[in-house]
Design a protein around this ligand. Structure first.
Ligand SMILES: C[S@@+](CC[C@H](N)C(=O)[O-])C[C@H]1O[C@@H](n2cnc3c(N)ncnc32)[C@H](O)[C@@H]1O
Length: 276
């Protein structure tokens, strides 16, 4: 019978380790979360207890177990066109401005989870292009990144079940942007998929390999990080943005007290940030 108990000092060590590796800060009493999220790794790695999973995942030689443990601790909640207004602002305000640059445009969905955010951006771009023929003549691409390899596999598969499809997609968008599969699931059409490139990236590491961007979406991930990690990430976003570049954060996230490198642009409804 697998043993799912572990000592408080193990929990404290694992918390520090997780924050250092991923930025994710666990509260004082989140032992239950560690227990439920790491439990499947006992079977996968044939370990007799959560305590073994915790100890082994922190050993430098156990690279794959470490990655799996961090992956398991990520929260991947997401939906299509989440909060609606960022995508409306994208189409009404941001894409016309980007189109006017007459240059290749790069959008980054940082911490993209199972793909709903970058594919929603892709669909928004196609809807804009339907209204405005010959737009983005120099090309527009979406780079989507996440720390979780499980999520990146789902993104690449681009297949969604009825539960996921029911969260934020209109019938019209399903018809336009998805193909039916024999299983009853739906797959994102190639015209949307071809706009999006997925890659593995940890927001705590350097961003220089990703190049420069015109628009960054980083939504509903900074809430899990310390103020220090948030400030570092925002500093790196400012460096990764082209002049006047735009940043969208989650509805409950703000830059107050963390950076002075962005102006807040209030729209009605919603806000975004512009690099100064
Ligand atoms: C709650 S989801 C947000 C998804 C999407 N942006 C949205 O708003 O719907 C948070 C995502 O952040 C990812 N994540 C957590 N820590 C990360 C890190 N250090 N670097 C990159 N991604 C990370 C998780 O794997 C997860 O997929």
């Amino acid at each position: 019978m697998p043993n799912s108990t572990f000592a408080d000092d193990e929990y404290q060590k694992f918390r520090r380790f997780l924050e250092k590796q991923s930025g994710i800060v666990l509260g004082d009493n989140k032992q239950y979360l560690v227990r439920s999220r790491l439990a499947p790794l006992m079977g996968k790695y044939d370990l007799p207890s959560i305590s073994h999973v915790i100890k082994r995942s922190m050993e430098p030689t156990e690279r794959q177990l470490r990655l799996d443990a961090i992956d398991a601790m990520t929260t991947n909640e997401t939906l299509w066109f989440r909060d609606r207004y960022p995508f409306e602002l994208l189409v009404k305000q941001v894409l016309p401005e980007m189109d006017a640059k007459k240059a290749p445009i790069k959008v980054w969905s940082a911490a993209c989870s199972s793909g709903q955010e970058p594919y929603s951006i892709g669909m928004s771009i196609l809807e804009y292009q339907q209204q405005k023929a010959n737009s983005f003549g120099r090309g527009i691409t979406v780079t989507a990144t996440d720390l979780s390899s499980t999520m990146l596999e789902r993104c690449a598969q681009a297949e969604y079940d009825s539960l996921a499809l029911a969260r934020g997609l209109s019938e019209e968008r399903k018809r336009q942007f998805f193909d039916d599969l024999p299983s009853g699931n739906m797959k994102v059409k190639p015209k949307v998929r071809s706009l999006v490139n997925f890659r593995s990236h940890n927001l705590l590491e350097s961003y220089s390999i990703l190049g420069k961007f015109d628009v960054i979406f980083c939504r509903n991930v900074l809430i899990y990080f310390s103020a220090e990690a948030k400030a570092n990430i925002l500093r790196q976003f400012a460096a990764a943005l082209n002049p006047n570049g735009i940043l969208f954060l989650g509805a409950s996230e703000s830059i107050t007290g963390l950076t002075d490198e962005f102006d807040m642009i209030r729209c009605n409804p919603g806000i975004f940030y512009r690099k100064k």
